[in-house]
Design a protein around this ligand. Structure first.
Ligand code: DWN
Ligand code: SAH
Length: 406
């Protein structure tokens, strides 16, 4: 039986997605026969309440010099991180010569805002190509994986931080005890660690199972995060729901006893009890909902195929790798996936080998249906695709439920 990565309690997985490739491993035809797969199973620890992948590929297989995700591909996300940075500066960088550190800083989408106004900052980003994109913009970045040892080095060279930030990266790191120990060392006595990740409550409520892929080893709740940081003499002092990536939660962590705990923390914990995030039955039900979602999506796609309709995937997201592989979506159903990221274009989708093409290929010859793999950016995407809809084009969506949408 696998053991919980946080508290070592043995647990039974509640779902097995079968063999999955590297979600961001977009590849050329010559690479097909060497493609790597792992068994993707997910479990719930009834002791510390952490939901987690049973097996995760080695970190160097996912985060390297050809990492395919560049954060700044979404204008909504650029705005979101500006707001996050502004709030941090206003509320937490009030002492003289403040220092802010970001874990998983990618192409500098957040740190740009501090660099622009001359605030002392440091990005920690192990994927060399996206780190270089940040460095090219004048953002201080080290190409390293964050852990306790690196935290010690940063403190020795640059001192402790007023604020440590992280977005969509904590859930990627299996060795979270080392990360929490590093935060304990890195934070000034009055400092805060603020991080956000897709929220387990939203995943359960919306059946957004495509948030599960190799990079996402954990699916957090206030309960599981409180347990983890509690073991390192740190505590959750505030939680703020975020309307990004289909529903995220921002957690504010401080040294124990340093800050007042907000009512929001208590209220969110009560909400989690109502949602049943502490009960194995909830995840049994989630498995059933995932299976139902797959069946409904495949019914639509096979129907379209029979009718000879053209379906094109919209955005070659990491999440789409889970959907295409788990459902068994083929090139016969989805002609190609359109994506704005140059490094993905001209390649094939991981596992299912559906061609990934430039955005212009979508615009130049609109399909009958667009399968919305970037559903978390629906607002931004719908706003710029009016012409597609005017041409009679319709959307196939699968979160929070499977449907065809005009
Ligand atoms: O946690 C993670 C999140 C933050 O980003 C990482 N593990 C990897 C990545 O996940 P994702 O690939 O599912 O992210 P997005 O932001 O849902 O999708 C980005 C992809 O969508 C890019 O390849 C660009 C593409 N895209 C597009 O083609 N047209 C995005 C938008 C907004 C568009 O209009
Ligand atoms: N913060 C950005 C990027 C999220 S993608 C955003 O929200 O858009 C996750 C990023 O975390 C990748 O760039 C990856 O290289 C990085 N990462 C993965 N493991 C890490 C670790 N141990 N320390 C720091 N960064 C890590």
């Amino acid at each position: 039986m696998p053991q919980c990565l946080i508290c070592k309690t043995p647990y039974e997985p509640f779902i097995d997605f079968g063999k999955m490739p590297i979600a961001n491993g977009f590849l050329t035809a010559e690479q097909f026969d060497k493609e790597y797969f792992f068994e993707m199973k997910v479990g719930f620890c009834s002791n510390c309440k952490m939901v987690q992948l049973v097996e995760q590929p080695d970190r160097e297989m996912m985060f390297h010099e050809n990492y395919a995700f560049f954060s700044s591909t979404s204008t909504r996300q650029v705005q979101h991180f500006k707001e996050f940075a502004d709030l941090t500066a206003k509320e937490h960088l009030t002492l003289t010569d403040p220092f802010v550190v970001e874990i998983g800083s990618n192409d500098g989408i957040m740190l740009q805002n501090f660099a622009d106004v001359g605030i002392r900052h440091l990005g920690i980003e192990p994927s060399a190509n996206v780190a270089q994109a940040a460095i090219d913009k004048g953002i201080e970045t080290v190409t390293e994986f964050f852990d306790e040892k690196l935290a010690q080095t940063i403190v020795e060279k640059q001192g402790q931080a007023d604020a440590v930030l992280a977005a969509n990266v904590m859930c990627h790191i299996p060795y979270l005890h080392s990360v929490a120990a590093g935060i304990k060392i890195l934070l000034k006595p009055t400092g805060v660690f603020m991080f956000e990740d897709p929220y387990l409550g939203d995943i359960v409520e919306k059946t957004s199972y495509d948030q599960i892929y190799d990079e996402h080893v954990f699916f957090f709740s206030v309960a599981s995060i409180s347990f983890l940081f509690g073991q390192h003499d740190l505590e959750v002092v505030d939680v703020l729901p975020q309307n990004v990536h289909g529903g995220s939660m921002r957690y504010v962590i401080a040294h124990k006893g340093q800050k007042q705990i907000s009512q929001a923390v208590i209220q969110q914990q009560e909400k989690e009890q109502q949602l049943g995030l502490h009960l194995p039955e909830t995840f049994e039900k989630l498995r059933q909902n995932i299976e139902k979602s797959r069946e409904e999506l495949m019914n639509i796609l096979t129907d379209m195929q029979k009718q000879g309709k053209r379906v094109v995937g919209y955005a070659a997201t990491s999440k789409s790798t889970t959907v295409t592989n788990y459902c068994g979506i083929t090139e016969e159903m989805v002609e190609f996936i359109s994506d704005t990221t140059p490094i993905k274009q001209g390649k094939f989708s991981p596992g299912t080998h559906i061609p990934v093409r430039a955005y212009n290929d979508f615009c130049d010859n609109y399909p009958d249906y667009a399968l919305l793999f970037g559903w978390n950016h629906a607002q931004e995407i719908m706003a710029k695709e009016e012409k597609f809809m005017e041409s009679g084009g319709k959307w196939i969506v699968y979160v929070p439920s499977v449907k065809v949408q005009e």
